[in-house]
Ligand binder design. Structure first.
Ligand code: SAH
Length: 219
């Protein structure tokens, strides 16, 4: 037994997390490394305690500041698409929010940089990572539209907010063979995968999704 009062009992236990993994399998997530990552990261510790009992449900939840944590399926799906069965060294995420997606990426990559435009969310997530001893995810307060050139090139870039076009700066920060995954569109959105092959960018549009918008500047 852990001394941590939020270690997880009942609706937040490892067993509940196990049921989430079973559901992800039924939803056709097949990458064993992604399923293992989803099984390890304690999703209930990334949301408000009042919503904790719903943490492992197949639903997006509010995280404050008008933002949401994506549902488990979309986090797993984007991670699987970004990974594409490769070993990942460096990964960039845009839209840290509560830090859950970046923590999952941290389980399948050596190092993750995640950027968030809302300073208060960066502060909360920084504290959460310290408590959870997550050390391979770097937090940056800034406009992710410009990316983080100092850390480039990236094997994968995941954008957790929707935009009508692929931000040019981010494309240029992809490694050769690297993959960018994002929700493309404003009202109507689809999941887009961009693969960099030299200076060619191959686009593949997948299923419909619903994300909050990517916004310019910082707050
Ligand atoms: N990955 C998150 C979900 C985040 S929701 C999680 O696991 O919780 C999308 C986030 O993108 C919001 O927190 C929003 O503030 C942020 N965002 C929107 N536009 C941005 C930009 N230009 N740069 C960085 N972050 C941005």
């Amino acid at each position: 037994m852990s001394n941590n009062p939020r270690a997880g009992i009942g609706m937040t236990s490892a067993r509940t997390r196990g049921r989430m993994i079973e559901r992800l399998r039924e939803q056709k997530i097949s990458d064993a490394m992604v399923l293992a990552a989803m099984g390890v990261v304690p999703r209930h510790l990334f949301i408000d305690q009042a919503l904790e009992s719903r943490a492992y449900d197949d639903t997006a939840l509010p995280i404050g500041f008008g933002q949401t944590i994506s549902n488990p399926y979309i986090v797993a799906r984007m991670t699987e698409l970004a990974r594409n069965n490769r070993a990942l060294q460096r990964v960039l995420e845009i839209g840290t929010g509560c830090g859950y997606q970046a923590a999952v990426l941290g389980q399948v990559a050596k190092e993750v940089v995640t950027m968030e435009r809302i300073a208060a969310l960066v502060g909360q997530t920084r504290k959460r990572y310290r408590d959870l001893r997550i050390n391979n995810v770097k937090l940056k307060h800034g406009d992710g539209m410009q990316g983080y050139a100092e850390g480039a090139p990236y094997d994968a870039i995941v954008i957790a907010a929707a935009f009508a076009a692929v931000p040019e700066a981010l494309k240029m920060q992809l490694a050769d063979g690297g993959r960018l995954v994002m929700p493309l569109g404003d009202d109507q959105q689809v999941l887009l995968v961009v693969t960099r092959l030299g200076n060619e960018f191959v686009e593949e549009k997948l299923e419909a999704v619903k994300f909050v918008p990517l916004l310019p500047g910082v707050a």
